[in-house]
Structures are given as structure tokens and as C-alpha cells.
Design a protein around this ligand. Structure first.
Ligand code: ADP
Length: 162
């Protein structure tokens, strides 16, 4: 069995910081699936279909990356798809506390999976989907925060003029 990693997250919307982690995961593992997680307790700005479409478009040139979605415990996904690693990006100590808890639970429910942390590159350290939404809401420029291929659709989806 080859190495199969997943990059899970809300990706609401996907940012340049996410893309950097996905690309780096793709160079470390044979197969990478980006898993858009559906959280019924969150109210996303973009539908799961839109979020999947955005990720497909920006990863088109990376052959070993595919995109999927999942609602429920992540361990159910990892067990049923023979996933060997969960790749997460770490930006700050605050990310670490939360991610450590998630990694512990994921391993408890699927002992066959390990979590691998990639540290955020300096230029993406302060970048998050919520920052993109907040900046766009107040009329700020987001062109250097999200990939160019999806920029106009992200702006339109956030209610900004095309
Ligand atoms: P969630 O809603 O589950 O926190 P996100 O979509 O916000 O999911 O993020 C998914 C993953 O990408 C997380 O591991 C997060 O730490 C990582 N990530 C988010 N933004 C960045 C960034 N700018 N640089 C590196 N990793 C990031």
C-alpha cells in the first residue's frame, strides 16, 4: 500500500496558505486527498460543492492531489479510505493546542493513522479563511491572499462586485 495522506479542513474559502500546505503534502506523500469537512455547527460562506470546486481548480496541475468531502468523525474517513497520515498546517501556539487534541482523538479512533504537522511558511503565518472574509467584508484587497484562479468567484461569493 502506498502512502495516502489527507489534508482536512473547512476551506471556507481555500487560501494561499492552504495551497502551500497541500503542495508540500503532495511532495511528501504518494497520494493526497484534500477533504472538505462539513460541520453542521458552522455556517459556511461557501457551499461544500463550491469549496470543492475551488480546490479542484487550484490543484489541477498537481497530479497526485484529489478532492473529497466528509461529514462526521474524521477517523471514519481515514479508516474507510486507508489513509496513513493526516497533514495539518501549524501557524501558532494556539493552533497547536487545538490540533494536538484533534490528533489525539483521531489516533484513538483510528490507531492506523498518524498526524503530521507542517509549519506555516512565514508569509502565510497570519493568513486564515476568516481573515479573508473579514478583510473582504470591509472592502480590503484579498488578491494576494487567495489563488488568482478563484479570486473573482471568491469575491462574488462574498457579495463583492466582480
Ligand atoms: P478548520 O476549520 O478545520 O480549522 P481550516 O480550513 O481553517 O480548517 O484549515 C485547515 C488546515 O489548514 C488546518 O490544519 C490549518 O491549521 C491549516 N491552515 C490554515 N491556514 C493556514 C496557513 N495560512 N498556513 C498554514 N496552514 C494553514
Amino acid at each position: 500500500m502506498g502512502s495516502h495522506a489527507i489534508c482536512p479542513g473547512s476551506f471556507d474559502p481555500v487560501t494561499n496558505g492552504h495551497l502551500d500546505i497541500i503542495r508540500r503534502a503532495a511532495s511528501l506523500f504518494e497520494k493526497v486527498t484534500v477533504v472538505v469537512t462539513e460541520n453542521p455547527m458552522k455556517h459556511p460562506a461557501f457551499s461544500v460543492e463550491q469549496r470543492i470546486d475551488f480546490i479542484r481548480r487550484i490543484t489541477k496541475s498537481v497530479p497526485n492531489v484529489s478532492v473529497d468531502s466528509h461529514c462526521g468523525l474524521l477517523a471514519e474517513y481515514t479508516k474507510s479510505h486507508e489513509v496513513t497520515a493526516i497533514v495539518k498546517g501549524l501557524r501558532a501556539v494556539s493552533d497547536f493546542e487545538y490540533e494536538l487534541q484533534q490528533a489525539t482523538f483521531n489516533h484513538k479512533f483510528d490507531p492506523g493513522v498518524d498526524t503530521v504537522f507542517l509549519t506555516a511558511r512565514a508569509e502565510y503565518m497570519g493568513l486564515s479563511s476568516s481573515a479573508v472574509k473579514q478583510i473582504a467584508y470591509f472592502g480590503g484587497e484579498i488578491s494576494d491572499l487567495v489563488p488568482g484562479e478563484i479570486l473573482e468567484d471568491v469575491k462574488a461569493g462574498l457579495g463583492l462586485m466582480k
